[in-house]
Design a protein around this ligand. Structure first.
Ligand SMILES: Cc1cc2nc3c(=O)[nH]c(=O)nc-3n(C[C@H](O)[C@H](O)[C@H](O)COP(=O)(O)OP(=O)(O)OC[C@H]3O[C@@H](n4cnc5c(N)ncnc54)[C@H](O)[C@@H]3O)c2cc1C
Length: 379
């Protein structure tokens, strides 16, 4: 067991920190306030390899490992959770689905553009009436010659409007049949693909979230990922990796909130001494630091298993559940440590607090993670 960052992870962390300082920090409150999705930023991130982290170099990616992905995503999220969420959806959902289940032609066609950040990816599973219970999805694909006609609505889709390439899970068989769902690639510009309402969110406001509408959307047989009927099983495998992403996102937000609160607690004086000297504040900092260490260990354990190709369903759910809840607790404590200033947009605590809540909801709520963990323990 080696608990230290590798030399490569140290370099990645420093590179992302420098990038964030220059290209994210000066603009992030404006993006947040006005819900601006900074699409040009992702091309710059692509130049650093951050949009195709897990993609092998032969397809234009950085060819890095899962633990290195966790390092990069945690660092970005410690600066701005919105950018972390978009990076996560692009890398570990859309791109990784094509990398894992695409054929050679699909990989050559789509991965280089996605890895460059010039093309943005989306992954559409959730519908207005089926979130946790995704198996009951209503969007259908009906076969017509060599094509399929998609009809229905997807909800809460990250990059639902701006994505160039979308992996979409739709029903091709009977309701509740786990072999009744298929994954398709749909390209932007398809006349049957439209973006609906853009959500006005509590946090993660620079990450675009929209409804997606399929109206007689024609896609060819060539756009099927894997085989007809494999979509649900593919989605569950992709979510194992996706949960490591959200764990990293939560970890990054928790770290950002903690570091800001630690600095402030040492500087802010009340009753003639820094507030960090009061046990009530010092204990909060001790709790925050301990939860971050624990979350980090769980997240890197899941990433290590995933990298080795071992089953990580339980570990990725544990990492996601723990770090998401910890991110909410830690950012709440950070607001408290900042006092009245923590309640304003002049200080960073309130944004961490708003952004953190998504982690307990996206890619399976905390309750669903507990169901997954319990199932793994009890089986
Ligand atoms: C900002 C954002 C970005 C997102 N991006 C994407 C994306 O890119 N692609 C995509 O496909 N989806 C995306 N989602 C959707 C997200 O994955 C779902 O919101 C999530 O899975 C929960 O589904 P739901 O919102 O329908 O809640 P529901 O499933 O309706 O759940 C409501 C509540 O009931 C609880 N609950 C449900 N079932 C059970 C049960 N069996 N036992 C106990 N409690 C239960 C839940 O935990 C929750 O507290 C995104 C969501 C958000 C907010």
């Amino acid at each position: 067991m080696n608990f230290a960052y590798s030399e490569n992870q140290q370099m990645i962390a420093q590179m992302v920190k420098d990038f964030g300082r220059k290209h994210i920090q000066p603009h992030m409150m404006e993006w947040d306030e006005n819900q601006i999705f900074p699409i040009g930023l992702f091309e710059k991130m692509g130049e650093l390899g951050l949009m195709g982290i897990l993609v092998p170099q032969e397809y234009g990616g950085a060819g890095l490992s899962y633990p290195e992905y966790v390092t990069a995503l945690t660092e970005i999220s410690s600066i701005d959770g919105s950018i972390g969420l978009s990076m996560a959806a692009h890398n570990s959902l859309c791109t990784n689905h094509i990398l894992t289940f695409g054929n050679e032609h699909q990989k050559q066609k789509y991965l280089p553009g996605l890895a460059s950040g010039k093309q943005i990816g989306a992954w559409a599973l959730t519908e207005p009436n089926t979130g946790s219970d995704a198996m009951r999805m209503k969007t259908t694909a009906i076969k017509e010659g060599n094509n399929w006609i998609l009809n229905g609505n997807k909800q809460w889709i990250t990059h639902g409007k701006s994505a160039n390439i979308m992996v979409v899970l739709v029903r091709t068989g009977d309701l509740l049949d786990s072999k009744g769902i298929t994954a398709f690639i749909v390209e932007r510009g398809n006349p049957g693909l439209k973006a609906g309402k853009k959500e006005n969110k509590l946090g993660m406001r620079a990450s675009e979230t929209t409804e997606v509408i399929f109206e007689d959307c024609k896609v060819s047989d060539e756009n099927i990922l894997g085989e007809v009927g494999e979509g649900f099983i593919q989605a569950m495998k992709i979510l194992d990796g996706g949960r490591i992403s959200i764990a990293s996102l939560g970890l990054g937000i928790a770290k950002g909130a903690y570091q800001a609160a630690l600095k402030y607690a040492k500087e802010r004086e009340q009753f003639g001494k820094p507030i960090s000297k009061f046990q009530g504040i010092a204990f909060k900092l001790a709790d925050m630091a301990t939860k971050i260490q624990a979350g980090e260990l769980l997240t890197y354990l899941a990433a290590d298993l995933k990298q080795k190709g071992l089953n990580c369903t339980r570990q990725s759910a544990e990492a996601k559940y723990f770090t998401s809840e910890a991110a909410v607790e830690i950012s709440t404590d950070a607001v408290q440590i900042f006092g009245g200033y923590g309640y304003t947009k002049d200080y960073p605590a309130e944004k961490y607090y708003r952004d953190s809540k998504l982690c307990t909801i996206g890619e399976g709520t905390s309750e669903i993670q507990k169901i997954v963990i319990a199932r793994e323990i009890l089986q």
